[in-house]
Design a protein around this ligand. Structure first.
Ligand code: ATP
Ligand code: MG
Length: 787
């Protein structure tokens, strides 16, 4: 046989080639950041296809984010030289499990059109159960129960398998409420995120025939970021890999940063035991970062005791030193970063011009983003936030989606609740209560409950009439969306779609009355939802109508509504991509696996980073996970890495003075340059922030300048790198922007929704938001409510 060309192998070093060319049997690639693990994994897929070892639909490849999956797909196509017809099983654990669960939903008591709840819905449901159980939600917040349940699901524990110690959590009611919650989800024909994996593990464990089918089907399994798999994911993979035993996992124990979400770094260390004879490949050459960046990162991670320990090297130049700078407060820090970004964009920092797309600001906690967003909005710097409230979380979008959900799955009570009186149909609390009761008494969904209530004339007047109209509308929309089913004969090896429904004899074929795009428009118009915003006179209304148009437009890339709804629930970690250059703001956690020429790492202060909470809750383990996060952060940078800290920061409305992060002390001195912020002194008037008293400011000042880290930094560099407080800062309240709100006012915010003002300070409001909790917002970003 003629040897096939393998140009993609020429791009790899010998160790990578070893991992790529050993196609059969278990392979573990264990290596540090930027050593080309993901690149090698991608090349391995290409090699499998090129060598005809498997068809694209027989390869199971797991990535950590949807974005990574998309990129990998494109790269495979590019390396192969032609686009592949699709790899249906390349995706995140969740995306893959949704597909599988749709096929086998009945085995866990669901129908294949089950809905996937978001965290909002999940919490609402839990609150109902907690209240019904007579538990004081103030003392025992439902949120706490939600996180316990998530934790159990991550450990693959169904209510039946829950150990007694766990079941006793949450005031001795945890286990009981977990069971009730699962039962309720079944009634609703819904599942939450954790269920996607948990149900699949349960199905594989209880139905060996189903498992065997997939063990045969998936000839090759590949997993990126293996160090961050949790127990459920691990079990799922191990079950599937027992078939052909062709599993290749890549990871880095130093980048395990999801321990708090149940990830077990032990999974990677156990690999050789689970798969005897595994081929272990280590990579040591880093291709991403300059010498200074790599050395600084390596020195930080050396502080961890619990690690395998690997040394990385690079052929790259030493490059710029890691830049370190201290600021007076968080607002100054944001202002400075904004200026640096603009300077780099202009190329005036002597490091060459950078596109905004080349720059990222990576924060430890999402509340840090606000200062940067505000600053960038003010100076008109385009930015994208990854991992924050976005398009699909806006009120009008959630309302519209709830309409779609009811049409796709009529049992979706949470969606029905959201739309039944939006727009207003004269169905207030009393009427809704009646619907609830009727549904409960008859053991049916709210939609059916409403139907029975109408028939029994349980409500009257305008409400009854409009409810009748709504129910008729929903019936009609459903009819219009149905794809006709036809009988087809299949020969033995007929393969449909992704190859697994070989036994199907009835398939959906033909066209529904309306395409899903037409249907979406029809639903929004006929329900009166579009009109509701057209008649609305608030300044936001035009924007909301724009968003709804955008929503219908988004449907075009999907085959049907259900696929779209799935996409939205799964892809919330994806930022909307458009052509304009933008600087990225995201959390360190979300940045895993990514790389940027220039990276800003703000907020390196003890308590914020390392996070106090993580240290309090998990002691040394928590601190080590934080340190790995620091390592992940620094190693995202290719050429320029800038670390900063602020002496003072407002955290949840309280001014606090901060010590520079202990990780700053762990940066190797010879790789760091301490910067002096030029001209920051008293520049650009107008206060953001502001101390309530000069005393507090002094105390904060003393604190920072006396901190060991700070002293070391001074001694080290001989520079006085921190920006000084401005004279006016102690009383800095920008009087031009004093807000017109008073305490107790109900307000609306684009991102956080409705809330009540609890504190006013200049142009800043503290608002207790109904959904988002207490937040500080700039007054001009909130409006008087519009309902
Ligand atoms: P992380 O641990 O951060 O996920 P990684 O080990 O997955 O990193 P990759 O993202 O695959 O590393 O590669 C890092 C960079 O190095 C990429 O820009 C990649 O294209 C480049 N690279 C990887 N291998 C090679 C190679 N053999 N020759 C040249 N460049 C390479
Ligand atoms: Mg990677």
């Amino acid at each position: 046989m003629m040897a096939r060309p393998t140009p993609y192998l020429d791009e790899l070093n010998p160790a990578q080639r070893e991992a790529v060319e050993n196609l059969d049997g278990p392979v573990l690639m264990l290596a540090g950041a930027g050593t080309g693990k993901t690149k090698a994994l991608t090349a391995r897929i290409v090699h499998l296809l090129n060598m005809n070892k498997a068809r694209p639909n027989e390869i199971l490849a797991v990535t950590f984010t949807n974005k990574a999956a998309k990129e990998m797909k494109t790269r495979v196509g590019n390396m192969l030289g032609h686009q592949i017809e699709g790899m249906p099983w390349l995706g995140t654990f969740h995306a893959i499990c949704v597909k599988l669960l749709r096929r086998h939903a009945e085995l866990v008591g669901l129908k294949s059109n089950f809905a996937i709840l978001d965290t909002d819905d999940q919490l609402r449901l839990l609150k109902q159960l907690v209240t019904a159980a007579g538990i004081d939600d103030k003392r025992w917040p439902a949120r706490q129960l939600a996180s316990l349940i998530d934790g159990w699901k991550n450990r693959a524990l169904t209510p039946e398998k829950l150990p007694a110690a766990d079941a006793g959590a949450y005031n001795h009611r945890g286990g009981e409420l977990y069971a009730q919650y699962q039962a309720r989800l079944k009634q609703l024909n819904a599942c939450d995120f954790g269920d996607l994996l948990l149900h699949m593990v349960t199905i594989f464990q209880d139905h060996p025939d189903v498992l065997a089918q997939y063990q045969r089907w998936f000839r090759y399994i590949l997993v990126d970021e293996y160090q961050d798999t949790n127990v459920a994911q691990y079990l799922w993979l191990r079950l599937l890999a027992q078939g052909h035993k062709n599993i290749c996992c890549v990871g880095d124990d130093d980048q395990s940063i999801y321990g708090w979400r149940g990830a077990e770094v032990g999974n990677i260390l156990r690999f050789e035991k689970d798969f005897p004879g595994a081929h272990v490949v280590r990579l040591e050459q880093n291709y991403r970062s300059t010498g200074n960046i790599l050395a600084a990162a390596s020195n930080v991670i050396r502080g961890n005791e619990n690690r395998l320990g690997k040394e990385l090297w690079t052929e790259a130049d030493m490059g710029e030193k890691v830049r370190l700078i201290g600021h007076w407060d968080g607002e100054e820090e944001a202002r400075w970063v904004g200026e640096e970004v603009e300077a780099m964009q202009r190329g005036t920092r002597g490091m060459g011009r950078k596109s905004l797309d080349d720059m990222a600001i990576l924060v430890r906690a999402s509340h840090q983003m606000r200062a940067f967003e505000d600053r960038f909005l003010t100076i008109g710097l385009p930015y994208r936030v990854i991992g924050g409230p976005r398009f699909y979380e806006r009120m009008e979008i959630r309302d519209a989606m709830a309409y779609f959900r009811v049409v796709v799955s009529p049992e979706d009570d949470l969606a029905f609740e959201r739309i039944v009186n939006t727009p207003k149909r004269g169905l207030g609390n009393v009427a809704q209560q009646k619907i609830q009761t009727c549904a409960r008494n008859n053991g049916v969904s709210l939609l059916e409950g409403a139907r029975i209530l109408l028939e029994e004339k349980g409500i009257g007047g305008k409400g009854a009439k409009e409810l009748g109209v709504l129910l008729d509308d929903i019936d009609r929309w459903r009819r219009q969306s149905v794809v006709p089913t036809v009988e087809v004969a299949l020969d033995d090896d007929a393969v449909i779609d992704d190859g697994l429904t070989v036994e199907a004899t009835r398939v959906q074929d033909g066209q529904p009355e309306l395409s899903h795009i037409e249907l979406a428009q029809v639903i929004l118009d006929e329900s009166g939802y579009t009109a509701m915003w057209q008649n609305d006179k608030t300044p936001e209304a035009p924007g909301r109508l724009e968003n709804l148009k955008e929503l219908v437009k988004a449907l075009e890339t999907f085959d049907n509504l259900q696929g779209f709804l799935e996409h939205v629930s799964l892809v919330l970690d994806n930022a909307s991509e458009d052509a304009e250059e933008k600087v990225t703001i995201m959390t360190l956690h979300a940045a895993k696996g990514l790389e940027f020429p220039a990276v800003f790492l703000p907020g390196w202060e003890d308590g914020l980073f390392p996070s106090q909470r993580s240290m309090d809750e998990n002691g040394l383990k928590g601190l080590e996970e934080e340190r790995r996060l620091a390592y992940v952060g620094i190693t995202r940078a290719e050429e320029i890495c800038t670390i900063s800290f602020a002496g003072n920061r407002r955290v949840f409305g309280q001014w606090q003075s901060q010590m520079p992060s202990r990780f700053i002390d762990e940066l190797s001195e010879e790789n760091v340059e301490v910067l002096t912020p030029p001209g920051l002194y008293g520049h650009q008037g107008g206060g953001s922030g502001g101390f309530s008293s000069g005393l507090e400011a002094k105390a904060a000042e003393a604190n920072v300048y006396n901190s060991p880290g700070w002293k070391r930094m001074q001694a080290r560099s001989g520079t006085y790198g921190m920006s000084q407080p401005k004279e006016s800062k102690a009383a800095a309240i920008d009087m031009t922007a004093v807000s017109s709100f008073t305490i107790g006012d109900r307000v609306f915010h684009q991102k956080f929704g409705y809330g009540a003002v609890t504190e006013i300070e200049g142009d800043k409001l503290t608002v207790d938001f109904e959904k988002a909790g207490e937040k500080k917002v700039v007054a001009r970003f909130v409006t008087a409510p519009d309902d």
